[in-house]
Design a protein around this ligand. Structure first.
Ligand code: CU
Length: 690
């Protein structure tokens, strides 16, 4: 029987014991690729265990990148093709075969040289899930032991035979009806599959789950919300079960250091998102980077980026491991790009800041139990961190500005900064390549009661009608946390596809307007772009077949950004012959419903119709004074139509409408009435009353 490591053995000793044992890896080849620099194959979501998304291939470089054309483009038979989906998966490639998962959790194997279908596995997932907070998506796959691994929106982890796509095992790690789901790509290493979990908007108890790769048996769970007596348990109110509903989801693939024996992951927002009244304390491990023993799940260290989060400031982007030199000393680093707009750079042996992070006093709101101080990394933020004044709004401020029930403008919004999107790291330049969103939110608190499986937000945050939204691409130098270069761009990419970088000296990334783009890693200069025909909101990856280098990316839009939906995978090479497509409709750069046609005299508004889920139809309607308008939820998840006037909400409100429910509101006075959906505050509608 294998020796069981007693939980009180410190992590560092546990590692010693493990490395002293002569272990036979379950899949030596995949384990070797996972620990090596990425070359011909790309076998895990972040490229290898570091999540650096750095490829050593260099056939394509700044001198020839302009010649790139499509080698092939394959439409995935309508999988994930509908307005409720986002296409966020990174393809994996091994031995000339590409594997890709769509927002419907369907998996396809393609010939990586030609794009031809080899097999397909349709998830058959329940189309009536009510636990999907923010669009149907899946960020990718893992592989090992002759299987592919994926997490599904219905909270199952599934293993497929890599040769046929046939299901090998399926393990529910939770119950979707209770608000749980999986959007992250799992990580495979040394016989274990690691999976995150979603539900930060549903009052879940977040965790990392480790499963036996062969059988799917759950080996251990590390709860991101500690109970009484656990490390961090004293950061929740005593004699309260609030920690059981505090969110702290894991959106992304962990990173893993085999030498240190630690697995690292970023942890999402606290629940209820915008209401801190019932959760006095720092609320670990919300908005944190956490390290645990990779074999046992024992706590090793944590770093909290936002104490007592009330702004939805998740740590959502994947944690990234890198090595650097500071003051002449080689250091083992870990970095995470937060929604706050900062990159947090830490020592991965102990979680202590590597460049420097200061605790500074911040604005206070006693009713929210705001933390007295917040961590301010030394260095540069990748987006502005102060909201501009706006007519109609009395309260505005910088990051960590506290709020109560009066609308308060804060930038970055809770969307980021950097949202789920991965940054990349080039050991050649020593830079991180960080996607950023510039967007201001009007935060309001209103309180909520926990009900199992229901949205549990306690407030909302919509961007003011007419406010500008854009983005940045920034190179941040890893050993100084300073900007090496920065480019302002028209679209929000902080929740877009993130970046990938190469030894050829390129930074590759998508664009919500439909292009895949290549920049010079040293200068940020845009060297090449190619119109794919759909919003590119997934991370590119790089591989080689028969001596030829390819760049591949999924192109299928993002419902939160409003970029064009699709079901395409593109691969590019220097010998490619396929030409670009026409540009799709562009996503909004101004918040609100104020584009598109006005429906005259329409007194019935459907919510979530046509498989779009997160929208109103019509978005704008014009009626005579005294008209009663009926709002009907034709979607699957509960929605509201809630009045939104200069950030104030609820002058009129349908309340939460379940699927099929309606509510009628009579508009007596002429005027212009904007509204939002409070749990999905990127949904806007407008009623013009004459
Ligand atoms: Cu909604």
């Amino acid at each position: 029987m294998p020796r069981r490591i007693h939980p009180i053995v410190p992590a560092v000793l546990g590692v010693f014991l493990l490395s002293a044992m002569p272990l036979q890896a379950a899949d030596p080849e995949i384990d070797r690729l996972l620990q090596a620099p990425v070359g011909k194959d790309w076998v895990t979501n972040g490229g290898n265990l570091t999540n650096q998304r750095y490829s050593t291939l260099k056939q394509i470089d700044p001198s020839n990148v302009k010649q790139l054309k499509g080698a092939w483009m394959t439409r995935l038979k309508g999988s994930g093709y509908g307005g409720k989906y986002s296409f966020e998966g990174t393809p994996l490639v091994k031995d000339g075969v590409m594997y890709i998962v769509t927002g419907n959790d369907d998996v396809f194997a393609l010939n990586a040289k030609t794009g031809e279908f080899l097999w397909e596995r349709w998830s058959g997932i329940d189309q009536k899930l009510t636990s999907v907070c923010c669009g149907w998506d899946n960020r990718g796959l893992a592989m090992g032991e002759g299987m592919l691994y994926l997490g599904q929106l219905d909270a199952n982890v599934v293993a497929l035979d890599i040769k046929t796509g046939k299901e090998a095992w399926k393990t529910p790690i939770e119950v979707w009806q209770d608000g749980y789901g999986i959007t992250s790509a799992p990580l495979y290493y040394d016989g274990i599959v690691y999976s995150g979990i979603t539900g930060g908007e549903y009052g879940i108890r977040g965790r990392l789950t480790a499963l036996d790769a062969k059988t799917g048996k759950i080996l251990w769970r590390f709860y991101t919300l500690p109970g009484p007596g656990d490390v961090g348990g004293n950061t929740w109110p005593a004699n309260s079960d609030q920690y059981m509903h505090g969110g702290a989801a894991i959106w992304n693939t962990p990173a893993l250091d085999p030498q240190l024996g630690l697995v690292y992951f970023s942890v999402g927002n606290c629940g209820p998102d915008y209401d801190g009244t019932a959760r006095e304390g720092d609320n670990l491990f919300c908005a944190s980077v956490v390290a645990v023993n990779a074999k046992t799940g024992e706590y090793a260290w944590h770093f909290q980026e936002v104490h007592h989060d009330i702004w939805d400031y998740d740590a959502a982007s994947p944690a990234l491991l890198f090595d650097t030199v500071i003051d002449g000393q080689p250091r083992k680093g870990i970095a995470q790009a937060g929604r706050t707009g900062w990159v947090y750079i830490l020592d991965r042996t102990n979680g202590k800041p590597l460049v420097g992070i200061e605790e500074r006093p911040v604005d206070q709101e006693p009713r929210q139990h705001t933390a007295k101080t917040q961590p301010y990394p030394i260095g540069d933020a990748i987006v502005p961190q102060c909201a501009k004044p706006l007519e109609g709004y009395e309260r505005y401020g910088c990051i960590f500005e506290a709020f109560w029930e009066e609308p308060t403008l804060v930038q970055p919004s809770g969307i980021g900064g950097t949202n789920w999107s991965p940054m990349s790291y080039s050991p050649d330049t020593g830079n991180f390549y960080v996607p950023g969103t510039i967007r201001t939110s009007a935060f309001v608190r209103y309180g909520d009661t926990y009900k199992k499986g229901k949205q549990y937000n306690g407030g909302t945050q919509a961007a003011p009608i007419g406010s500008e939204m854009s983005g940045t691409w920034t190179a941040i130098t890893a050993n100084t946390n300073k900007i090496a270069w920065q480019k302002n761009i028209p679209f929000r990419v902080g929740s877009g596809g993130g970046s990938t970088t190469t030894a050829g000296g390129l930074v590759l990334h998508g664009d919500p307007g439909g292009n895949i783009q290549a920049r010079d890693a040293k200068t940020g200069e845009l060297l090449w772009q190619f119109q794919t025909g759909f919003g590119v909101e997934a991370p590119p990856m790089v591989y080689e077949v028969d001596g030829e280098e390819y760049i591949a990316v999924a192109a299928g839009g993002n419902q939160g950004v409003g970029s064009a939906n699709g079901d395409a995978v593109w691969a590019f090479s220097l010998k490619g012959q396929v030409n670009p497509l026409w540009p799709p409709p562009q996503p909004a750069m101004i918040a609100g419903p104020a584009t598109g046609p006005i429906a005259d005299g329409v007194n019935a508004v459907k919510i979530g119709d046509n498989n779009i889920e997160f929208g109103y139809f019509p978005k704008r309607t014009r009626v005579k004074a005294g008209t009663a308008i009926t709002f009907t939820n034709a979607g699957d998840t509960p929605h509201t139509a809630t009045s939104f006037e200069n950030g104030k909400i609820g002058a009129w409100d349908t309340g939460a409408l379940n699927s099929g429910e309606s509510k009628t509101i009579t508009f007596d006075k002429p005027g212009n009435y904007y509204y939002i959906c409070t749990p999905h505050p990127w949904m806007y509608g407008q009623v013009i009353v004459e």
